[in-house]
Design a protein around this ligand. Structure first.
Ligand code: FCA
Length: 325
């Protein structure tokens, strides 16, 4: 009897620890626009990391600040150890940092670098993003090359910049593209800004429509934006106004399903290409970084910037294969 009771006590004592040890580590992955193919791809590769490393991934869409704060609290309640975040507004950086500290969660940003009240990047939150300005330049240079092929005269072409300047990476990307166009000889006066209210196709479509109406003097256009959705919105707006394939030339940034849908249409549209970036690196590596940070104390590199490659109808299948997509 005595022995039995002792065994029972030991068993009871051991239980909480045993349960704890058996519980998988949880990592959150919070994204501002869960419906966007890029973020779906990031999640997919983060899931792959979770499978490879043996942790559980908690995916939450955070379209606004309120949902974002609730998601962080929710992660803490689920005993997650950290999270990756692409916030709905980078100016929420201080709030994110504070919430993470309060709950003792490791936090790393992806795609959009969080800033403080003065607009300065928060250095203590590790970040993985794209080299926005460089990738933008690639967009601009590819537009120049294709305009040459088509025999377009640069001084007759309008350059539509679908702009979302409150997001630094968006500004860097589109400014890089415009700078490359100007460097090749496109007159500064031909650049038309079209500010979009959100970073989706519909907002870009609305912004482009207004810009085209106001600048009817241009018969040919090139269009750039922070992502494929922005470039595509401009293309759709052009089509709505009767612009043909040889009057509109747009190159996006991304290379996820939004671009692929355009490339697989039987007839080419004004969406000529995209700079393919890596949802695999952004999804997989950030998830692993946070996992290793929380479980092994290994802090991620402060900033990682990834590169891109021009993708068109011609090289899309091969290029995506090469990138493991
Ligand atoms: C930003 C954009 C996304 C994607 C990502 C890499 O978050 O909004 O569309 O381009 O950067």
């Amino acid at each position: 009897m005595k022995i039995q009771r002792r065994a029972l006590t030991l068993a009871l004592m051991a239980t909480p620890f045993a349960l704890h040890a058996a519980e998988p580590v949880k990592i959150g992955f919070l994204v501002k626009q869960a419906e966007e193919p890029w973020f779906q791809d990031e999640w997919k590769f983060a899931e792959q990391a979770a499978k490879d490393k043996g942790f559980t991934l908690v995916k939450i869409g955070i379209p606004n600040g309120e949902k974002m704060m609730a998601a962080i609290d929710n992660l803490a309640a689920q005993k997650a150890v950290g999270f990756v975040i692409c916030a709905p507004d980078v100016k929420l950086g201080v709030a994110v940092n504070r919430a993470a500290k309060r709950h003792k969660l490791k936090v790393m940003s992806v795609d959009d670098q969080l800033v403080d009240g003065a607009g300065k990047p928060i250095a203590e939150i590790p970040h993985m993003g794209i080299s926005g300005y460089e990738i933008g330049k690639q967009v601009g240079q590819a537009l120049v090359a294709e305009m040459k092929t088509r025999g377009w005269k640069l001084d007759e072409v309008g350059a539509l910049r679908v702009a979302f300047d409150q997001l630094p990476t968006a500004r860097d990307r589109t400014m890089g593209a415009i700078d490359a166009l100007k460097a090749a000889g496109l007159p500064a006066a031909n650049v038309v800004d079209a500010p979009q209210a959100k970073t989706d196709t519909e907002s870009a479509f609305n912004a482009a429509n207004i810009a085209f109406t106001k600048n009817a003097k241009f018969k040919r256009w090139v269009a750039v934006g922070l992502n494929d959705e922005a470039a595509l919105g401009a293309v759709r707006a052009g089509e709505g106004r009767g612009m043909k394939h040889d009057e509109m030339l747009a190159i996006g940034i991304g290379g996820s399903q939004t671009a692929l849908n355009e490339f697989t249409k039987p007839t080419p549209t004004g969406f000529f290409g995209t700079v393919l970036i890596s949802p695999k690196r952004h999804g997989y590596e950030t998830a692993v970084f946070v996992y290793e940070w929380a479980t092994q104390g290994k802090a991620p590199p402060p900033v990682t910037l990834t590169a891109g490659t021009l993708m068109t109808r011609q090289n899309q299948a091969e290029l995506r294969k090469q990138m493991g997509l």
